[in-house]
Design a protein around this ligand. Structure first.
Ligand SMILES: O=C(CO)[C@H](O)[C@H](O)COP(=O)(O)O
Length: 207
């Protein structure tokens, strides 16, 4: 199972520090949406140049202009970009067109989608590499949030999926057991006092 580190920070400098600490333990370095909004495409280039051996994931959360937004992120150095599952099919298809031109990939983020298994199948039929079963930071803070629903949706989808929703050392094994191809961990790593140790502990839990 791949481990993806979501760097939800606001400066390229902070992201480079986080990436340097966690890189030995993770497969995918994700530039979180706030980082890309704060620093722009240059942050993607900086992370790819510092870690050419890692898969660089730009969490664009694209909702429109799929081909254009994906194209500029791939040109900047991204290997994977996200498009929202709530976007129209043509937006997903546009991003897939850009991905094919660059030899890169598209992930469809199902944050906020009601019927995640059904939209997951549609996204993969449109050419997405995989989908992200995702409960965002706000949803995680709501009363009654549980990871179980996400994991059940992943199992039901029948297509390749990642899981993101506050995964940590204690819960990541459940994501692996659900059949997820990738576990996404953000706050459990970047919020830890020892970033390298936190990434290593999550890796060890799914080794
Ligand atoms: O995309 C995101 C929020 O929209 C986060 O990067 C994702 O949820 C992973 O972070 P965490 O493990 O803290 O949930």
């Amino acid at each position: 199972m791949q481990l993806q580190f979501a760097m939800d920070t606001l400066t390229t400098e902070a992201a480079l520090t986080l990436a340097a600490a966690a890189a030995p333990h993770v497969d995918i370095l994700e530039l979180g949406t706030p980082l890309i909004k704060s620093e722009g495409l240059s942050a993607i280039t900086a992370i790819k140049q510092a870690h050419p051996d890692k898969i660089v994931f730009a969490d664009l959360k694209t909702m429109d202009a799929g081909e254009l937004e994906a194209d500029i992120a791939f040109t900047a150095g991204a290997d994977l970009v996200t498009v929202l599952g709530t976007a129209g099919d043509s937006t997903i298809a546009g991003a897939v067109t850009a991905a094919k031109r660059h030899g890169k990939g598209v992930v469809v983020d199902l944050i906020g989608v009601q019927d995640k298994p059904a939209r997951a199948r549609e996204a993969v039929a449109l050419g997405a590499d995989f989908v992200e079963m995702h409960a965002g930071l706000d949803e995680q803070a709501e009363d009654g949030f549980t990871l179980d629903t996400l994991l059940r949706d992943g199992e039901a989808a029948g297509v390749p999926f990642s899981v993101a929703g506050g995964l940590n050392e204690s819960t990541v094994a459940a994501a692996q057991a659900s059949g997820a191809r990738t576990a996404v961990a953000g706050s459990a790593i970047y919020g830890a006092p020892d970033v390298a140790a936190a990434a290593a502990a999550i890796r060890a839990a799914i080794a």
